[in-house]
Design a protein around this ligand. Structure first.
Ligand SMILES: Nc1ncnc2c1ncn2[C@@H]1O[C@H](COP(=O)(O)OP(=O)(O)OP(=O)(O)O)[C@@H](O)[C@H]1O
Length: 376
């Protein structure tokens, strides 16, 4: 293993997926997926249940063969290679350790298969257990370890042969919240240190936002967006992404003129109208933290009066439900504890707020189609 290789991800594709389609009978689980993953990158496949992320991971592993399309690893076409001929280690959601083998024997499993010498196996297992923070646990059996420790053993086993690719299928979802947070950091730190190209499947947006170099957001067997966590959060490509990653209020609106929206009887300026034709019906999205209420100057665009209809206390901040004067739109706004105190925000109070033009996200899909897309 090349330890302490703090190499940043390169821009060379290590894993290349081209036009991948997978059907189960009449059902298309993956629909012409194309994606490049660079050497050393940590990529998360993120999406709701049934969107196809596990199917894509299994196709990469060779556990399910695609109907169409190609996969190459490190420049080698592996589209039809069996799993054993693909160079990866895998960790599943449930620990999948052999219960009748000790921790050390679980970790060395792949090395024995590769006919390593006894001494080399001993050294390697010690190195791996050290790496995952379990140096003294080699003689225990899986049942004697906690869930988080078992996942670290599974990680050591997956990394034993120094694979070119690490595949993680919801590795944290069976763990309780605190262990999950700690293991999140440990996996990320280990991945950076080893520089191993990694793909992790998750339906947890926070996990993807905190761990990934890039997130692949999937829905109904297609990729909706690929980008860095900051990019996916700040510039969601579609209303689906905006809704799935973070919180957003959505409004039914119309593009009245370039850069000019009307919604709920209010005219608003937007910084990016996506070049849509004036007259188009659109969905407008706004993140709760983007609503401005303090230090507003009189010429601030998109300023309006709203009534505080509800306040939800969430510890560090309050989520307010604001209703426009026309009564036609409900805006969610997150107010910090400081702001709540300084402005003595209370129920039914009238506030002046501003919605910055650059934080109004315009999506071409009308709002009623969003609801039917979700139900599909
Ligand atoms: N072997 C199979 N036979 C039939 N349909 C399948 C099979 N495997 C998966 N599917 C279907 O393909 C779709 C995608 O499944 P997949 O497991 O990839 O979803 P997912 O995004 O990983 O969701 P989850 O988080 O629930 O595992 C689902 O609708 C699922 O029912």
């Amino acid at each position: 293993m090349t330890a302490d290789k703090t190499t940043p991800p390169s821009d060379q594709a290590y894993l290349r997926i081209e036009d991948l389609t997978k059907r189960f009978g009449q059902f298309t689980a993956l629909d012409r997926i194309s994606l490049d993953i660079n050497q050393g990158e940590f990529v998360c496949f993120l999406g709701p249940s049934g969107c196809g992320k596990t199917t894509l991971l299994r196709a990469i592993a060779g556990l399910d063969i695609q109907d169409e399309g190609r996969i190459s690893m490190d420049g080698r076409d592996v589209s039809f290679s069996p799993p054993a001929a693909r160079d990866f280690g895998i960790v599943f959601q449930s620990y999948a350790l052999f219960p009748n083998l000790t921790v050390a024997d679980n970790v060395s499993y792949g090395l024995v298969n590769q006919r390593w010498s006894r001494q080399n196996i001993r050294d390697r297992v010690a190195e791996l257990l050290e790496l995952v923070g379990l140096p003294e646990q080699g003689d225990k059996y899986p049942v004697q370890l906690s869930g988080g420790q078992q996942q670290r053993v599974a990680l050591a086993r997956a990394l034993a042969t120094s694979p070119g690719l690490l595949l993680l299928d919801e590795p944290l979802s069976a763990l309780d919240a605190r262990v999950r947070l700690r293991l999140r950091e440990q996996i990320r730190e280990l991945q950076r240190r080893l520089g191993v190209t990694t793909v992790m499947v998750t339906h947890d947006q926070e996990e993807a936002l905190t761990m990934a170099d890039r997130i692949v957001v999937m829905n109904h067997g297609v990729i909706e967006q690929v980008g860095t966590p900051a990019d996916v959060y700040a510039n969601p490509a579609t209303a689906f992404v905006a809704d799935f990653v973070g919180t957003m209020s959505f409004f039914e609106g119309k593009l009245a003129a370039p850069g000019q929206l009307t919604l709920a009887g209010i005219n608003l300026a937007c910084a990016d109208d996506r070049g849509l034709t004036p007259g188009s019906r659109v969905t407008v999205g706004l993140r709760p933290e983007e609503v401005r209420v303090r230090n507003l100057d009189p010429d601030q665009p998109n300023t309006m009066q709203v009534r505080v209809d509800d306040l939800e206390y969430l510890g560090a901040f309050c989520r307010a439900r604001l209703v426009t004067e026309t009564g036609g739109a409900v805006i969610l706004a997150d107010f910090s504890a400081n702001l709540m105190r300084d402005m003595a925000v209370s129920l039914n109070q009238t506030l002046t707020v501003s919605l910055p033009p650059e934080s109004l996200h315009v999506f071409a899909t009308p709002i009623e189609d969003l609801a039917s897309e979700e139900a599909a």
